[in-house]
Design a protein around this ligand. Structure first.
Ligand code: FES
Length: 225
């Protein structure tokens, strides 16, 4: 099997493709494959040239941290949840998420997600417990990994400067459901940084690894409760 990786040695260097041979075995994920390639004493590409280790991020290896989000065979996914046996063809193509700044190979800077939350004053100022609230739904929205897959497929999210994307809409819903204060400001930020720009393609819901129903958050925010 061939593994084709879009490499970039530093934030300022030019990207280039490099190919590797890999013998898949057992029920292995893309994350497992990257680990195996990187733990070879001397990683070589298909021309026999020594190659630097492939940079990528991971922490939990069980679909809970979002660190390993990347584009695999043109589809944004978590590497630790993508089994090689489920991929079609005999080449695996790996690219970094394109909506973020590439730091190195498959590692991107997702800091803008937090920066935008700060910019929009999206935080819980005072926790309000409402026994009648839909706690199951709030829990399912709170599982957001901030992995960025939803932003990668969104036709409206470009550089995060104006339109903040699906995860911001979900955060606004959570904050307005839980917070006793500054709800008006949150609604204003939601309108400015989400509602105005969303064209409801809902592609975000197709790729969300924890299956957050963003449409339900949007309709609750639009209804005002
Ligand atoms: S390593 Fe945590 S989600 Fe993949």
């Amino acid at each position: 099997m061939r593994v084709k990786v879009l490499r970039q040695r530093s934030p300022v260097s030019e990207p280039y493709w490099q190919e590797f041979d890999y013998d898949p075995h057992g029920n292995i994920t893309v994350a497992g494959m990257l680990d195996e390639l990187n733990y070879k004493d001397d990683l070589k590409d298909i021309t026999g040239e020594s190659a630097p280790r492939i940079q990528w991020e991971c922490s939990c290896l069980q679909g809970m941290c979002g660190g390993c989000a990347m584009v695999i065979n043109h589809v944004p996914r978590l590497a630790c949840e993508t089994f090689i046996a489920d991929l079609k063809g005999d080449t695996i193509i790996l690219e970094p998420l394109s909506k973020f700044f590439t730091l190195s190979d498959l590692v991107v800077d997702r800091g803008i997600i937090q920066e935008n939350l700060k910019k929009a004053d999206a935080f819980i100022e005072e926790y309000r417990f409402d026994p009648g609230a839909d706690h199951d739904r709030m829990y399912s929205v709170a599982k957001c990994l901030k992995c960025g897959l939803c932003l990668e497929v969104c036709p409206n999210y470009k550089d995060g400067k104006r339109f903040f994307g699906a995860m911001f809409a979900n955060d606004c819903y959570l904050i307005s459901a839980r917070s006793g204060k500054h709800e008006e400001e949150i609604r204003k930020s939601y309108g400015e940084h989400f509602a105005k720009g969303c064209s409801k393609s809902l592609s975000c819901m197709d790729v969300c690894p924890v299956k957050i129903e963003t449409l339900a958050s949007i309709s609750r925010m639009n209804r005002g409760k």
